[in-house]
Ligand binder design. Structure first.
Ligand SMILES: [Zn+2]
Length: 419
C-alpha cells in the first residue's frame, strides 16, 4: 500500500491544526498505523494529565505523606532526560521510540508504559498457548467475578478478593479438581474497571493449561468452590437469594480451547484502551454498566476521576498484573523480563538521530512527544526537524553554524538540507 504521506509531493502537504502538519490534502483512508498513532497520542496526552494530577497532589499533601505507587517515577516518565541527548530510534515496520528518557515501568499508573509492557506480555502469552498446543494440552480461559456496589472501596474489594482466592485454592477440593483435569499451570491477569453505577469491578482472567478431555462440566465445580470462597471472604451474602442466583449464573465463565487472542480480548480495555474506543463505550448503555479502565479517568476527567485515579494507584500498589504459575515460564522456554526492562524497549532499533537538550525542552513544553514519533516513522529524522521548525522551534545561537550542529548529530554524515 502506498504511504499516504511520502507518496505525495511536498507542495501537496498541508498543515492542519493538531496534526503533524504533513497530512495529505485529500485525506487517505485510515490505516492500521494511523490508528496506532492516534492511540499513542492519546496515551501521551493521558500521561501528561497524570503528571498534572500528580503535581497537584504533591503540592497539596505534606512532604511526609506516603504517595501511592511510584508516582514520582510516573511524573518523570518520558519527560526527564537521563542523558544529554535524547535518541530517536526506529526500525521500519515497528513503532519509533525514544531512548535516554526516564521511564516509570508502572502498568497501573502510566498509560504509556502499560501499553508497551502489555504489548510484550501479549507475545509471551502467544508463545505459551502455542507451546501448550505442541504439548497436547488444552488452554481454557476462566474468568472469576463477584458482586460489588458503588459503595465499596477498591482496597477493601481487592483484600476480600485475595482472601477468596486463597480459600478457593487451598485444601483438598481444589487439589482433587486439579488432579482430575490434568492441571499444568496457569497465568492470571488481575483487571479492574470502574462503572459509574456499580463502582469498582476487580476480576481475574486466567488461562489454565489442562487435559484436552476437559469440557464445560468443569464450570459447575468451579462455581461451587468459588461460591464457598466468596461467602467466606464476605463477598457474597448467602441469605440474599437473588444475589446467589445471579452469582451462580455469572461469577464464573469458562471458555474451552481458548486461543491467546480470546484471552487477551477479554482483558477489558487495558490493551485496546484509547479515547475513541473507550469514550464510545462509556457513553453507551453497555459501557456504563461494564465500566471503563482506570486510565480512561485521565482522558474522561469526569467529576471524581482524579480521586479515583489515586484510589486505584493506592490500591494496586505492589500488586502484579500478571501472575504465572512458578516454573511455567521456564518450562515453555521464556526468560523472565521485568516490566521496567519492557517499558522503554526499542534499544535494538536503528538510531535515527539525537535530539539536543534545547529541542527536547521545546518538545516537552509543547507536548509534541507523540507527534515527533509519528514524524520519525513517516519521514525519519529529517521530518522531525522540519516538523519542529514548523511548530516554531528556533535553535539557540550557540555561536556555531547550523552545519556544525548537524555534524554533531550525525558524525561522519553529510548534513541534509533543512528547508
Ligand atoms: Zn511510564
Amino acid at each position: 500500500m502506498e504511504d499516504p504521506v511520502n507518496g505525495r509531493a511536498d507542495q501537496e502537504r498541508r498543515a492542519s491544526p493538531g496534526s503533524l502538519g504533513i497530512t495529505a490534502k485529500s485525506s487517505p483512508p485510515p490505516t492500521r498505523e494511523m490508528g496506532a498513532r492516534a492511540a499513542r497520542a492519546e496515551k501521551y496526552q493521558a500521561l501528561h494529565q497524570a503528571r498534572v494530577w500528580i503535581g497537584r497532589r504533591v503540592n497539596k499533601l505534606l512532604p511526609d505523606v506516603q504517595f501511592p505507587g511510584e508516582i514520582f517515577r510516573t511524573f518523570d516518565c518520558r519527560n526527564v532526560r537521563t542523558s544529554c541527548m535524547v535518541e530517536v530510534r526506529h526500525t521500519t515496520g515497528m513503532a519509533a521510540n525514544y531512548r535516554n528518557l526516564a521511564t516509570c515501568g508502572s502498568v497501573w499508573a502510566c498509560p504509556v508504559c502499560a501499553s508497551r509492557i502489555q504489548e510484550r506480555r501479549r507475545l509471551e502469552l502467544e508463545h505459551l498457548v502455542q507451546w501448550a498446543e505442541d504439548q497436547g494440552l488444552q488452554a481454557i480461559m476462566v474468568t472469576f467475578t463477584f458482586p460489588h456496589t458503588g459503595f465499596d472501596s477498591l482496597g477493601d474489594l481487592l483484600a476480600r478478593q485475595a482472601d477468596a482466592f486463597k480459600r478457593f485454592r487451598r485444601g483438598s477440593p481444589f487439589a482433587r479438581l486439579k488432579a482430575s483435569i490434568g492441571f499444568q499451570g496457569l497465568v492470571r491477569s488481575l483487571e479492574v474497571t470502574h462503572g459509574l453505577t456499580n463502582g469498582w469491578h476487580p476480576h481475574t482472567h486466567e488461562l489454565w493449561l489442562v487435559s484436552p478431555a476437559v469440557g464445560q462440566e468443569i464450570r459447575a465445580r468451579l462455581v461451587e468452590l468459588w461460591e464457598r470462597a466468596c461467602i467466606a471472604a464476605g463477598l457474597l451474602d448467602p441469605a440474599d437469594q437473588a444475589k446467589v442466583y445471579a452469582f451462580r449464573q455469572h461469577s464464573v465463565d469458562v471458555r474451552l480451547n481458548a486461543s491467546s487472542g480470546d484471552y487477551l480480548a477479554k482483558q477489558d480495555s487495558s490493551r485496546k484502551w484509547g479515547i475513541t474506543h473507550e469514550v464510545a463505550k462509556a457513553t453507551s448503555k453497555a459501557g456504563k454498566a461494564k465500566g471503563v479502565h482506570p486510565h480512561e479517568f485521565l482522558v474522561r476527567m469526569a467529576k471524581g476521576d482524579e480521586a479515583r485515579y489515586f484510589e486505584y494507584l493506592e490500591a494496586m500498589k505492589g500488586k502484579r498484573q500478571l501472575f504465572w504459575s512458578p516454573g511455567l515460564k521456564d518450562r515453555c522456554g521464556l526468560d523472565e523480563v521485568s516490566d521496567d526492562d519492557l517499558a522503554l524497549g526499542g534499544d535494538d532499533a536503528d538510531l535515527l538521530g539525537n535530539l539536543n537538550q534545547d529541542e527536547w525542552d521545546f518538545i516537552r513544553a509543547k507536548r509534541l512527544a507523540a507527534q515527533v514519533l509519528d514524524a520519525a516513522e513517516i519521514g525519519g529524522f529529517d521530518l522531525i526537524l522540519r516538523f519542529l521548525k514548523r511548530r516554531g522551534y528556533k535553535p539557540p545561537d550557540f555561536g556555531t553554524s547550523f552545519v556544525d550542529q548537524d555534524e554533531h548529530r550525525f558524525p561522519g554524515l553529510a548534513p541534509f538540507s533543512v528547508t
